[in-house]
Design a protein around this ligand. Structure first.
Ligand SMILES: [Zn+2]
Length: 102
């Protein structure tokens, strides 16, 4: 994961934010290539819910948030990446146990 050389000062905090988005169910898959993320807008004094769209473009993930425009990476794309890998693990587990999924 290319995080440290993209101008993000605290990659650990960054990853924790991404994980928090998943744990709080703020990442929703709305199509095979589109995710809707209920993030927060930090440029204002009082953060308010803000929805961002993460789109899969080939092997890349693209987000429409200001952070992505600036750094080419953000907590939303990071959350989707983690979520996708998590789903893979869950699917593998479900396949082994031959139990219901979800
Ligand atoms: Zn974003």
């Amino acid at each position: 994961m290319r995080v440290t050389h993209l101008g993000i000062k605290h990659p650990h905090t960054f990853l924790r934010k991404a994980l928090a988005l998943i744990r709080k169910h703020r990442v929703a898959k709305i199509s095979p290539i589109l995710y809707l993320v209920n993030g927060y807008h930090y440029s204002s004094r009082s953060p308010h819910p803000q929805f961002y769209v993460v789109e899969r473009a080939g092997s890349k993930l693209v987000c429409n948030c200001p952070g992505f425009q600036r750094y080419g990476f953000c907590t939303h794309t990071c959350a989707v990446m983690i979520l996708e890998s998590k789903q893979m693990t869950r699917l593998e587990k479900a396949a082994k146990e031959s139990a219901g999924f979800g």
